[in-house]
Design a protein around this ligand. Sequence first.
Ligand code: SAM
Length: 280
Amino acid sequence: MLSYRHAFHAGNHADILKHFVLWLVLDYFGRKDKPYWYIDTHSGAGLYDLGGSEAQKVGEYRSGIARLMAADTLPEPLAQFRGRLKDILPQENLYCGSPWLAQAQTRAGDKLRLFELHPIDFALLENNMREAGLKRRGIIRQEDGLKGLLALLPPPTRRAVVLTDPPYEEKQDYARVVQTLKDAQKRFAQGCYLVWYPCLSREESRRLPEQLKKLSPDKHLLAELHVAAPRADGFGMHGSGMFAINPPYLLREQLARNLPALANLLAQDAGARFVLDGAG
Ligand code: SAM
């Protein structure tokens, strides 16, 4: 089943947390004069028109990227992240997906491996990456990203950032992510693995953070941004999380400095809060 389209959600609070963490990690990887691979198991279209009918339908970006762009003061490095977004977005009405951010942050010697299964988003992704001038630095495949990831590991550079960002529309998505990361670590233990997940009332979602922590009990970081209190009827996404295995050593401190401001900025009710938890 492929009913999820990220265009309806682009630029929402979850994208801001996910892309901020991704940007911090890629920035760190770019500081070392050694090439790395960026692998995106669920890429989406790469670039989204916030004025388009999908984004306008619910307007989630208004309580996400629109608030970030309008904020008076921001702590560092959140302010730098906003500045970077302004630099890399071709037009004001566009918002980036993870592949667009990654192609802008990576260097000539770094490689991108992008997976996207939905035929429409795959075609958009190919087109957007062509516009970005990715050329031979990137390979884009219309394949299952979790299977595709395992086939790529270990990367020849022995340095890699992996982003796993599934739609979690089906119950099995949760278990598949955990199993794939377990297998991925066997093939390539040093990789920096980033997993985005929704904070929902459903049981699979509530159990996922503990299952992820068990994959790497000594070296992980978990950051959650709850923008609202959970609804009494149990429906809806009240927040989201980013889980990192082998996080850069600076990440915890950078998030500790910025998550309070982000929780304030993106709050939808008095239940807004953040969680930062890690080991290693
Ligand atoms: N990572 C993107 C970003 O941050 O801009 C957003 C990705 S979106 C949440 C999830 C995407 O995964 C959708 O575009 C969906 O079509 C795609 N997808 C769903 N199942 C997939 C699979 N098994 N392999 C690869 N892509 C898949």
